[in-house]
Design a protein around this ligand. Structure first.
Ligand code: FES
Length: 363
């Protein structure tokens, strides 16, 4: 995953970027990114995600896509659609991009504006989704689901069907980065979640009856589970993120951990992947304390998410508190109980923008 930039015209309060992104170093230049792509491809990487921030703010995006195509990657642009126009969609297709994923915030303008912080975004996104479809890209729409839009999940699905989506990712909010900061203002209640599950199941049935191949992907947020997710399929097992300044991470959120992660400016991808302490830190199971150490499910979930363990317990080696066996599971139970708190009794959302990131960085 190449996080090309932290710049973004939108301000979604659930962004997974670090809350202090204003403090990050200079972005890698075109040559450095192409070198990273080539090194990773030589090691067998097959899929390349181009993300951000908003990757379309990079003026060299077409060059990067075309370099990825020459190297033989399957490439995916993860975008808000802002900064896209019909000419750029055509240029991206000509450069060999395989896949574009556009995010929406809601099924209607007001909800979209509330989260994105932009008045023009909704109409533009609709137009760009149609342009992407017209260029025969697989139509993948992504909508982050939270307490403000979950009751409109039926309208959201319908909007995606009207746009002839092939895949709809109803991505339940994951509480990292800005979303962790805003958790109280974003987390849906169990009752909201159960209603949404019924609506999704109903749409799935209707799609099947109509032989519509559109796939609805909706996963229950891990805060409502009793066992953790096998985050990243295990630390340093198949996923590598490079941040805009070249820091290499085993997941998008690891930068917050008290671990020294290597930078592609100083080390080859081969050294980073095989020999850096950061990537070896949580490989295997020798690092696991109890209850994971003696758990017979440890090779299925790897103890859950290291970042979530760190955020909720202060120690990244602990079991992910989502697990009912964790002695910190009460933090998850407390968050569930808080989720029904009326909106006028929770702190207002902090929007993801440069100003707030600078304030957070300065403490
Ligand atoms: Fe970092 Fe789960 S997000 S290990």
């Amino acid at each position: 995953m190449a996080e090309l930039t932290y710049r973004c015209p939108l301000q979604c309060p659930y962004c997974s970027n670090p809350v202090d992104f204003a403090d990050q170093g200079q972005e890698l230049d075109t040559g450095q990114w192409l070198d990273v792509f080539a090194q990773a491809r030589a090691m067998g990487a097959a899929q390349l995600g181009l993300s951000g921030g908003e990757p379309l703010t990079r003026p060299d995006l077409i060059e990067l896509v075309s370099g990825a195509r020459e190297l033989g990657y399957y490439s995916n642009l993860i975008t808000s659609g802002m900064g896209l126009n019909r000419d750029k969609v055509r240029a991206l297709a000509d450069a060999g991009l395989d896949h574009i994923q556009i995010s929406f915030q809601d099924a209607e303008e007001a909800g979209n504006q509330l989260m994105a912080g932009s008045r023009k975004a909704f109409q533009h996104k609709l137009e760009m989704a149609r342009a992407v479809k017209a260029h025969d890209f697989p139509m993948v729409l992504n909508i982050v689901i939270h307490r403000h839009n979950i009751d409109r999940i039926g309208d959201i699905i319908q909007l995606c069907l009207d746009l002839e989506a092939d895949y709809v990712e109803l991505a339940t909010c994951q509480y990292y980065g800005w979303a962790h900061l805003n958790r109280q203002g974003l987390m849906p209640s169990r009752a909201q979640l159960e209603r949404a599950e019924h609506v999704v199941a109903d749409y799935r049935r209707r799609l099947e009856d109509a032989a519509n191949p559109c796939q609805l992907i909706f996963v229950v947020p891990d805060y409502y589970e009793e066992r953790p997710k096998p985050c990243m399929n295990g630390w340093g097992s198949m996923f590598l993120t490079i941040t805009p300044d070249g820091t290499a991470l085993p997941c998008h959120s690891a930068r917050q951990l008290p671990i020294d992660f290597p930078n592609v400016r100083d080390h080859t991808i081969e050294t980073i992947w095989h020999r850096s302490p950061g990537f070896n830190h949580f490989r295997g199971d020798a690092w696991m304390p109890e209850p994971c150490r003696s758990c017979d499910e440890k090779h299925e979930d790897f103890g859950g998410c290291r970042c979530q363990a760190y955020m909720l317990t202060g120690d990244a080696a602990n079991a992910d508190p989502v697990c009912a066996k964790s002695p910190h599971h009460h933090t998850i139970v407390a968050a569930r109980e808080q989720a029904g708190t009326p909106l006028d009794q929770v702190p207002p959302l902090t929007y993801r923008n440069e100003r707030n990131a600078r304030l957070i960085y300065r403490g």
